[in-house]
Design a protein around this ligand. Structure first.
Ligand code: E4P
Length: 244
């Protein structure tokens, strides 16, 4: 199981990187917008400096911030040139227009992480277009089945049989995508994002995600267990008694 850090916060990234378990970092425009205002380029540069300090060569996904095909291509090339980080992957959102861009970028040898995927068909089409990674948004897939504000869209989509109830179960979406990738010998890797709990992290991996990208707030709980605390305290008190 590969764990990525889903954050743009430099302190959180450093705290995770210094502990050695993370194999990559994913950012997105909303995560960057939580950080103090500043230059996008220097913020990504600071993330790369942390990677080079603690774990050189791990994955870094940086997302474009446009829906315009030409601008996406331009931004992707700029990210590659400006950041000069060989393991960078350009996050391009999934979509009909974007597939063409994903294909072009992949043919240029640029690693693409096709992001905001919610369904099996999106993930498979993105991978076939050349995306090296497809990001399936676990929590948002589940939210899609209940989100009151999206009732109309959900009912319309179900009425035309573009989706059904199974498409709002992230376990089924990720496991079906993984099965298709394996059976069809598609080499793209599935990144499960949009984690809402530690249980989601475990379930996403068990469902077949190659990688799970996790908000740093979950890391302490992922490494803790109340029975661990109990037994470690017991060892220490037993030994102290024996010493005294
Ligand atoms: C993944 O790459 C995304 O950054 C992220 O997981 C989005 O999830 P959320 O906005 O639903 O938390």
């Amino acid at each position: 199981m590969k764990i990525f850090i889903d954050s743009a916060n430099l302190t959180d990234i450093e705290e995770a990187l210094k502990r050695g378990f993370a194999e990559g970092i994913t950012t997105n425009p909303s995560l960057l917008a939580k950080e103090p205002k500043g230059s996008f380029e220097s913020h990504i540069g600071a993330i790369i400096d942390l990677i080079n300090k603690y774990k050189p060569g791990i994955h870094l996904s940086v997302e474009v911030f446009s829906r315009d095909k030409e601008i996406i291509l331009k931004q992707a090339r700029e990210f590659i040139r400006e950041f000069g980080y060989p393991q960078i992957s350009i996050k391009v959102q999934v979509g009909w227009g974007e597939l063409e861009t994903i294909k072009k970028l992949s043919e240029m040898g640029i690693s693409v992480n096709c992001t905001a995927c919610m369904s099996v068909t999106q993930a498979v089409m993105a991978a076939r277009a050349g995306a090296k990674y497809v990001s399936l948004f676990w929590g948002r897939i589940r939210d899609g089945g209940t989100d009151a504000a999206m009732l109309k869209e959900r009912e319309e989509t179900k009425a035309k049989k573009a989706l059904d109830d199974a498409d709002f179960d992230p376990i089924r979406v990720v496991s079906a995508t993984r099965r298709i990738f394996d059976e069809s010998k598609i080499n793209s890797e599935i990144i499960a994002g949009s984690m809402r709990s530690v249980v989601d992290v475990r379930d996403a991996r068990l469902a077949g995600a190659h990688i799970v990208t996790v908000p740093p707030k979950f890391f302490p709980d992922m490494i803790s267990h109340f029975k661990t605390d109990q037994v470690v305290n017991q060892f220490l008190t037993d030994f102290e008694k024996w010493l005294s």
